[in-house]
Design a protein around this ligand. Structure first.
Ligand code: HEC
Ligand code: HEC
Length: 272
């Protein structure tokens, strides 16, 4: 079983119950992207592999991206994380990209829990490297059943534990993370495609429990950097969603990307 971000979220939802890309910099400039996005050959595939950690693909689909049971409920089996080493065989790159950016599945009506809302902000170069990496994976493991539609699924969607992948795409498109100038463009980009998944489209916070970046003025650059590297908060805690995300995802940021996102978060906090 994959100890999932869903498991953590389901816990939070049970407690809360009812709670529930940056474009070209200038006319000729290269669009903002993660470090290494413009590599070619094997280095481009390696960049896609790193992105699969940074963007949480491995966090939800498992380290080998072979997917599996996604809930802490062995009898429920309402939803599985797909086996990405097998599932996109026969799909065009355009179909994979459309699924990632719009949450629309090319072969069935509904798709749940894919964070297309923030993935739509991925630069073209990063998207290309990610798909190239998926294509390079050796097909292995088994296919998993499609989600079991019905009352159980609807209840999870109502509680905000699961969402339809296309649900928040429009809201995220309409509410970009604030621009803070050229210097902070990389930090804004990294935050837009990673942190925004949980901290809200414009990083002003989102339930369940992810605080707005405008309230993070208590964090020094060193404290933020440590949080992103190993999940330890300034209070010394290392548990909860942020610890999981830091260890599995944000620890794969380059030093440069981490410094950029820290500078951007601090600028947002200082602007309020
Ligand atoms: C928050 C958890 C989560 C994250 C992060 C995530 N996925 Fe998914 N993904 C899922 C789940 C769950 C499904 C199955 C949804 C369904 O069956 O409706 C899925 C389905 C898919 C599918 C459809 C496969 C098929 O056979 O139908 C693709 C492709 C996919 N994910 C790619 C990715 C990639 C690439 C990334 C990283 C950029 C990623 N996912 C990140 C949870 C996640
Ligand atoms: C998968 C969801 C998710 C992602 C992605 C995520 N966070 Fe969080 N973050 C949370 C949640 C939920 C909390 C509330 C505390 C907790 O549960 O850990 C939180 C708390 C925080 C805190 C406050 C920690 C404290 O309690 O003192 C900071 C700072 C923070 N996040 C920064 C970031 C930054 C910067 C990024 C992107 C680089 C990011 N987060 C990405 C979910 C996420």
């Amino acid at each position: 079983m994959i100890v999932s971000r869903l498991t953590v979220l389901a816990g939070a939802a049970a407690i809360l119950v009812a709670c529930t890309a940056e474009g070209p910099r200038g006319a000729d400039a290269v669009p903002v992207a993660f470090d290494g996005a413009y590599a070619s050959g094997a280095a481009r595939i390696a960049h896609g592999a790193r992105l699969s950690d940074v963007l949480g693909c491995t966090s939800c689909h498992g380290v080998g991206l072979t997917g599996g049971n996604y809930a802490d409920d062995p009898d429920g089996e309402l939803i599985f994380a797909s086996n990405l080493t097998r599932s996109i065989e026969g799909w065009s790159d355009g179909e994979v990209e459309a699924l990632l950016r719009t949450g629309v599945h090319p072969r069935r009506d509904q798709l749940y829990y894919m964070p297309s809302k923030s993935l739509q902000r991925l630069s073209a170069a990063d998207m290309g490297a990610l798909i190239a990496y998926l294509r390079a994976l050796e097909p292995t493991g088994r296919d998993w059943p499609a989600p079991r539609e019905g009352a159980g699924m609807q209840a999870l969607v109502r509680m905000g534990v699961l969402d339809t992948s296309r649900g928040a795409v429009e809201a995220y498109r309409l509410n970009p993370a604030p621009g803070m100038g050229e210097e902070l463009a990389l930090g804004r980009y990294v935050a837009s495609v990673t942190c925004a998944e949980c901290h809200g489209p414009d990083l002003r916070g989102q339930s369940p429990g992810a605080p707005g970046f405008q309230h993070m003025d208590a964090y020094s650059a060193e404290e933020l950097s440590r949080l992103l590297e190993d999940g330890v908060t300034r209070g010394g805690d290392a548990h909860g969603m942020m610890a999981l995300v830091a260890r599995r995802e944000m620890s794969a940021l380059t030093d440069d990307e981490r410094a950029a996102v820290v500078a951007y978060v601090r600028a947002l906090a200082a602007a309020e």
